[in-house]
Design a protein around this ligand. Structure first.
Ligand SMILES: [Zn+2]
Length: 201
C-alpha cells in the first residue's frame, strides 16, 4: 500500500521474459532472484540480476516522484573529505557505510584509488538505453571510481569481470547496499541502498 492509499500488485500473474520483467515489474519480480551477499562470484548467467528489477512506483512513493520532490529530501553526507548529497531516508545507512569504509582506508591506503572520482549519488536521469528512472534519481546510490569499474554495456559479449575488492563489497553489503557486481548485467562501481533485498532472503 502506498501512502496515498493506492495498492501495488504483488503478482500481476503475467509470465515474463527477463527483459519484460525489467520493463513491467511487479513486486514479486523484484525479489524473484534472491540477492546473495558474501564472497564475490561471477553471476550464473547474463540474466542472473538479483535486485536489478525495480518497481518505479515504489521508489517514487518512498523517495519522491519528481526531480523537484527528491531535491527537497536531499541532505549532505560527508565521506573521504568530500560532501555528497543523499536522500535523508538513506542518510543513516550512508553514515554507517562511510564509517566502515573509512576504517578500511585507515588500515589499507591501497584501497584509496577505488574512491577517486567517486560520485553520482544524486542524478535525476533514466538508466542508459531505457525510459526507466535510475536508482541514482532517488539519492540512494553511489558509484565508486569509474576507472576501476566494468559495465556490461561496454562489452557486447557481457563477459563479467571485476576489480572491486571483497572488503569494499562486504562493507556496503553489511549496511544493505546491493552491489552491481552481482548482476549478469554488471555495473561494478555501483552500490544502492536496498534494505528490502536483504530482508527477503
Ligand atoms: Zn551507479
Amino acid at each position: 500500500m502506498l501512502p496515498e492509499g493506492r495498492a501495488l500488485a504483488w503478482d500481476d500473474g503475467r509470465a515474463k521474459t527477463a527483459d519484460e520483467r525489467l520493463e513491467h515489474a511487479d513486486l514479486e519480480d523484484t525479489l524473484a532472484i534472491p540477492y546473495r551477499a558474501g564472497p564475490i562470484v561471477a553471476p550464473a548467467s547474463a540474466d542472473d540480476d538479483p535486485g536489478r528489477v525495480r518497481v518505479s512506483e515504489l521508489f517514487e512513493a518512498t523517495y519522491g516522484a519528481s526531480r523537484a520532490a527528491v531535491l527537497k529530501q536531499l541532505v549532505p553526507w560527508k565521506f573521504g573529505g568530500k560532501t555528497l548529497t543523499v536522500h535523508r531516508k538513506a542518510l543513516a545507512a550512508f553514515t554507517r557505510v562511510g564509517a566502515r569504509l573509512e576504517a578500511l582506508l585507515a588500515k589499507d591506503q591501497g584501497l584509496a584509488p577505488y574512491f577517486e572520482g567517486m560520485g553520482g549519488t544524486f542524478v535525476w536521469r533514466p538508466i542508459a538505453g531505457t525510459h526507466r528512472q535510475s536508482s541514482h534519481s532517488f539519492g540512494v546510490s553511489l558509484d565508486l571510481s569509474p576507472a576501476r569499474s566494468a559495465y556490461w554495456r561496454n562489452d557486447p559479449k557481457l563477459r563479467w569481470r571485476n576489480e572491486i575488492p571483497q572488503a569494499i563489497v562486504d562493507a556496503f553489503e553489511a549496511e544493505r547496499f546491493a552491489w552491481g557486481g552481482r548482476w549478469g548485467h554488471y555495473d561494478t562501481m555501483h552500490f544502492e541502498w536496498r534494505p528490502e533485498l536483504f530482508e527477503c532472503r
